[in-house]
Design a binder for this molecule. Structure first.
Ligand code: 6PG
Length: 477
């Protein structure tokens, strides 16, 4: 009955479901009834056994505890009390491998274990989150209508769908968070650039507000405008200037990158976003480097005044280029995250429908954005290997790329770090390149390790006798 569990229970009760609640410290469950008992039907039971006995069969139990060992402990205490066909739901941000393991273990007991990704923070849990359930089709038949009833809605459509078996729901939620990290990093790079161009947070807040009227319309842009508009009661200056510049992380971003590394999927923009948080949180590293490392002074005002390549530009033009960079990088982060989901789905046999994932991210969750409707439409209309090839996305990138390239170049020239924008652009150009320097890497690998290479004009593997007469050997067919 911490805030997420409490709000989810209230959301269920408000939607007409009778909710039995249990908390190890019973007073916390009692508090929910004292404060919110009038919102619906809550049932308070004494101990875990009584809680389980109070539920209609097949039982549907949602565990909301801190992910990790706590979840296993609750499952272990519940399993002996349950009967075949009962459903145990984990609504936390669990690792998908843990969910796969737990699902298999409970299946052996004839129980359904359902890992459910829930996004939207505290308010979303209460008012309608985006819900990403994994687990069996059978469990969704029972659970689906309940979860759909409490989820966010877009034109009456619930932001909840059966993602796929076992850990699919938690995997998709994890990738949602990876994209969330990237989105936040890109926005913070846009902020950094506008600051270096001489804008103050209050003025920037107006810029973000205006971006929120267009194609960048999203919850995180809205949040950004709010944070930048906030003054600090203590100093009277912008609150953002009083906040320590070390970003925290609870792990889901790095899990996304770990999964991508294991599955061999390039998610460099998401990875840079995770590393940017790590870099910000090493004060000793930054303190050692600051006096030691020379470079430009991060002042973009000079760039805005002097002609570059024969063409000068004002602040308005630069703001527009930053907007284009933000849009393009955001699209790349979605492309990387959705590619990761596709590869995981193929490798675990989940059969995830990407259009459906985009559909249920349109409202309720932290990365909700206008763009997701377009992404849903593109995946629904055709088979896509990458989001970047979708007609409307491709056209948008074509329009955005001049500004995007300029911004990345200008950031590098002025000493404004742009790991997210830069990584996203490198990914874009990597995918476009007709030939990659990977050919040289293969030659190097063959030189020092006889790792062999493929030829563009023949099948099979080849090795050059580098230390001998440099003749080429065909190895295998
Ligand atoms: C959500 C959020 C939520 C939370 C994450 C990220 O979808 O509601 O993603 O899960 O914000 O835990 O938190 P960190 O930034 O601390 O990793």
């Amino acid at each position: 009955m911490a805030v997420m569990g409490r709000n989810l229970a209230r959301n269920l009760a408000r939607n007409g479901h009778a909710v039995a609640i249990y908390n190890r410290t019973q007073s916390r469950a009692q508090e929910v009834i004292d404060l919110h008992g009038t919102e619906g039907t809550f049932v308070l039971t004494g101990d875990l056994e009584a809680f389980v006995d109070s539920l209609a069969r097949p039982r549907q139990i949602i565990i909301m505890v801190q992910a990790g060992a706590g979840t296993d402990a609750v499952i272990d205490s519940l399993v002996p009390l349950l009967q075949e066909g009962d459903i145990v739901v984990d609504g936390g941000n669990a690792r998908y491998q843990d969910t796969r393991r737990r699902e298999e273990a409970l299946r052996a007991h004839g129980l359904h274990f359902v890992g459910v990704g829930i996004s939207g923070g505290e308010v979303g849990a209460l008012e309608g989150p985006s819900i990403m359930p994994g687990g069996s089709v059978e469990s969704y038949a029972a659970l689906g209508p309940i979860l759909e009833s409490i989820s966010a809605k877009v034109d009456g459509e619930p932001c909840c769908t059966h993602i796929g078996p076992d850990g699919a729901g938690h995997f998709v939620k994890m990738v949602h968070n990876g994209i969330e990290y990237a989105d936040m990093q890109f926005i913070s790079e846009a902020y950094d650039l506008l600051r270096a161009a001489g804008m103050e947070p209050a003025a920037m807040s107006q810029v973000f507000r205006s971006w929120n009227e267009g194609d960048l319309d999203s919850y995180l842009i809205e949040v950004t405008a709010e944070v930048l508009a906030q003054d600090d009661a203590r100093t009277g200056g912008p609150l953002v200037d009083s906040i320590v510049d070390a970003a925290g992380q609870k792990g889901t971003g790095s899990w996304t990158v770990q999964a991508a590394l294991e599955l061999g999927v390039p998610v460099n923009a998401i990875a840079e976003s995770v590393f940017a948080r790590s870099a910000s949180s090493h004060p000793e590293l930054r303190a050692a480097a600051q006096p030691a490392l020379a470079g430009p002074d991060r002042d973009l005002t000079a760039y805005l005044q002097t002609p570059q390549g024969g063409e000068g530009q004002g602040l308005d033009a630069f703001v527009e280029q930053v907007r284009q960079s933000l849009w393009a990088a955001k699209v790349v982060a979605y492309a990387q995250g959705l590619h990761l989901i596709r590869v995981a789905s193929d490798s675990y046999g989940w059969d995830v429908d990407i259009a459906e994932v985009a559909r249920i991210w349109r409202a309720g969750c932290i990365i909700r954005a206008r763009l997701l409707e377009r992404i849903r439409g593109e995946y629904a209309a055709q088979q896509l290997t990458t989001l970047l090839e979708a007609p409307s996305i491709r056209d948008g990138l074509e329009q955005a790329q001049d500004g995007w390239r300029r911004v990345v170049g200008v950031g590098a020239a002025a000493g404004v770090p742009l790991p997210g924008f830069g990584a996203a652009l490198a990914y874009y150009d990597t995918l476009r390149a007709p030939r990659l320097p990977a050919a040289l890497v293969q030659g190097q690998r063959d030189y020092f390790g006889a790792h062999t290479y493929g030829r563009v004009d023949d099948e099979g593997s080849f090795h050059t006798d580098w230390s001998g007469d440099r003749s080429e050997l065909k190895i295998g067919s």
